[in-house]
Design a protein around this ligand. Structure first.
Ligand SMILES: Nc1ncnc2c1ncn2[C@@H]1O[C@H](COP(=O)(O)OP(=O)(O)OP(=O)(O)O)[C@@H](O)[C@H]1O
Ligand SMILES: [Mg+2]
Length: 230
């Protein structure tokens, strides 16, 4: 395994994290309001069987998965839910940088040592919000996330947390997100507005449904209100 170095955010990184975490830093902005709406919609989407484990994924890289996980998580924590963000993107993990916490122990540590989410979750500077970073990067991410251990790990966090949100790599490049779709109770698909051809989005939905992933909804990210006539 290749340990990712502990986060030592430079001033520029801290500023860019501040700009990304709008639900915390600019709660009156339209973007923050949109994340609160997402929180409400997701709550109603699972009225009969509330989703306590939700995977956030996308068809291709850079569509806004990590940004959505972080801000949705903050919005849920602000509503007094005990939230844990889990970095299950074992290819390009980034939640540790966003929240300025070390990544020496994390999800892979729990999977390899047979630990629970509780043993590797770190508090963040936001009340009610914890983060499980990726941990040292493994040579076999797809195998790890689809393992029986992963299922046990998922089952272990229900007492400590009301909601666990999983960040992931994109569906088109690797199979990790599909394995996680099958394990989580719900899936949110992030689509960067205007960036992805519709057939690719359709195929991604089909792939998720083929493994019995339950798609709760699609987040249309980076919408240009003027360009898109909204
Ligand atoms: N709605 C938005 N408005 C402005 N910038 C955004 C928005 N959503 C994401 N970004 C920016 O786009 C970049 C990619 O976002 P993010 O890291 O959340 O995507 P990702 O899907 O997690 O990427 P990856 O596939 O590499 O993990 C980041 O620099 C982020 O700050
Ligand atoms: Mg990401």
């Amino acid at each position: 395994m290749t340990p990712t170095p502990p986060a030592k955010p430079a001033a520029k990184t801290r500023e860019s994290a501040r700009q990304t975490l709008v639900a915390e830093t600019d709660p009156r902005s339209p973007a923050a309001e949109a994340y609160r709406t997402l929180r409400t919609n997701i709550r109603f989407a699972g009225l009969d069987t509330p989703c306590r484990t939700i995977l956030v994924t996308s068809a291709s890289p850079g569509e806004g998965k990590t940004t959505t996980v972080a801000n949705f998580g903050i919005a849920a924590a602000q509503a007094d839910a005990r939230v844990c963000l889990v970095d299950s993107d074992m290819r390009r993990p980034s939640l540790h940088r966003l929240f300025g916490v070390p990544n020496t122990r994390g999800l892979t540590t729990a999977l390899v040592e047979g630990g629970t989410f509780g043993t590797v979750a770190q508090p963040t500077h936001i009340k009610n919000l914890s983060v499980v970073t990726s941990g040292p990067l493994p040579p076999n991410p797809a195998e790890l996330v689809g393992s029986h251990r992963m299922q046990e790990c998922l089952d272990s966090g229900t007492k400590e947390f009301d909601l666990r949100l999983f960040d992931s790599p994109p569906v088109v490049s690797v199979s990790d997100a599909l394995a996680l779709s099958a394990l989580c109770e719900g899936v949110i698909l992030v689509v960067r507005s205007g960036a992805i051809p519709q057939p690719v989005i359709r195929r991604t939905v089909d792939h998720i449904e083929a493994v019995k992933g339950r798609i709760l909804g699609i987040v249309l990210n980076s919408v240009d209100m003027k360009r898109d006539g909204m």
